[in-house]
Design a protein around this ligand. Sequence first.
Ligand code: HEC
Length: 282
Amino acid sequence: MIKNINVKGLIAIVVSATMLFAVLNANAADPKAMHPERNNYKSAGIFGKWDIPSLQRGFQVYQEVCAACHSLDLIAFRSLSDIGYNEDEIKAIAIEYEYETIDGDGEETFRPGIPADYFPAPFANEAAARAANNGALPPDFSTLVKAREHLGFFSSTYGEDYIVALMKGYEEEVPASAPLGFELPEGAYYNHYIEGNAIAMAAPLYDDMVEYADGTPATIHQMAYDVATFMAWASDPTMQERKQMGLKVMLFMFFFVILLYFTNKRVWAKVKKGEDIDPSKI
Ligand code: HEC
């Protein structure tokens, strides 16, 4: 019996299995960072649709809080039609922003924004952004939700959940659960959900920081959830169209397969019955 076991083969299988496990699990969260809990979003699943009231509230949180430090380079005002604003509302939003331009005399001047403009960055460049933030760079929001998404085989982190958890994951002092000898670097704050547990951004939200137009109570969780929804849209503005197109394609495929099944049956019927086929009649 023993003779039949191929030791080299066995080693190869064990090594491959270990490597496969390591590769599949490579996306699992850093052991120090806690795993964000899953929230419910209307946009989840194959029938997912954008939650327009939440998106509009999230946009308000972005404008009133996060936009002081975080840019949104890839989004133009006209795209806000996706989140339920009409042309006049978009014009009114754009006009609140100023853009540098050159006038007829060659002088630098400012003009109000138009729907075709992109959200202006809060800082002139990276150096200015770092100078204002203790050396740290606030990342652009356009693709951040996708960038923080890790879809692993054994555990997944969704970008929206990470944002919500991060907003709520601050501690005023290093908690007892931190590893022995853990020290916060200068200018950093303790957060359970960031890798390494130290982040250069102070907790940006506190209760009732914004006043929602629709009267929703502005708890930290609500604002975090809404701004995460807004950031998820910014990262993937065509999500809804893509899912709807996917459903149509699946539906088409379903009927097409049925059609093909009966066509196939009919085409081969004579052969199956063993009838002679006259090639001139095919
Ligand atoms: C006063 C400036 C400031 C404001 C306001 C601010 N942030 Fe930040 N944010 C930063 C800085 C600086 C960093 C970089 C932190 C680092 O590198 O440790 C950052 C990083 C982040 C990150 C990235 C964390 C990671 O995984 O790398 C997220 C997400 C984030 N901020 C979300 C928000 C949201 C949402 C708001 C609004 C509710 C907001 N921030 C408001 C300064 C700010």
